[in-house]
Write a protein that binds this ligand. Sequence first.
Ligand code: HBI
Ligand code: FE
Length: 287
Amino acid sequence: MSEDPGTPPAGAAKDWTIPQRWESYTPEDHATWDRLFERQAQLLPGRVTPLFLQGLDILRLSKPGIPDFEELSERLMKATGWQVVAVPGLVPDSVFFDHLANRRFVAGNFIRRPDQLDYLQEPDVFHDVFGHVPLLTQPVFADYMQAYGRGGQRAAAAGTIAKLARLYWYTVEFGLVRSGDSLQLYGAGIVSSYGESQFALDDPSPHRIRFDLKRVMQTRYRIDDYQQSYFVIDSFEDLLDQTLNTDFGPIYAELADAADIETDAILPSDHLYTRGTQAYAHEKRSA
Ligand code: HBI
Ligand code: FE
């Protein structure tokens, strides 16, 4: 799985970064950002971790229009020493890990078309910036992301990226965090999606399971629809503790021959917050 990073596309630097070219966004592009921002800003208070809302404030993301990465990086640098750099789209794993390990978050510089407000496959500037960057203003989460980048470099060498990628998926992209007796959103794939911001918290369909590192590393995930299971961390401190202070080497060795866990499975060892009905996934399948 450890791969040759390949050649960056024409116009990109060796590390796959490109100029954001903020001045080339059209009024329609900015209007798309504003519509997406307004929808999520209405929906998220009370659902998302307050640390995310704090991040929006620190970064002044409520200012209309697609953010200028230079301005954004200046504020983010002051908060946690991270920067945002533009890339054309998905970059190879090794390139991605190298940026994170150096506290650079890569963001797609393009924005979805107006007819794609609710769904697109490639991460665009709204997903990357609105979804991911606010929590990077929070020191513990900022350190977790850097640790993930460093872990990625080790996993690439060990041929275990697939296991590590599941950790990213079920935390950074689709994670939930416990707050007293209730659950809150923090995963970027959820908070940047109008539909999933509701589904992940309110729908009776998905399982909501207490986060466990090995369990997550064995669990498959869906890239084509809402998740069938979400994993709930106790706190960001706890997540950092379970990852930064853990040597993944022995875990990879232990899991090397373990069977994958299906997206909707429940194990006897799971601590369940919600046992989902899976009605949504079943309806979709028979449709
Ligand atoms: N590239 N631009 C971009 N954004 C990502 O989130 C990303 C990537 N390349 C690889 C990758 N994510 C993941 O597959 C790794 O976490 C394994
Ligand atoms: Fe993402």
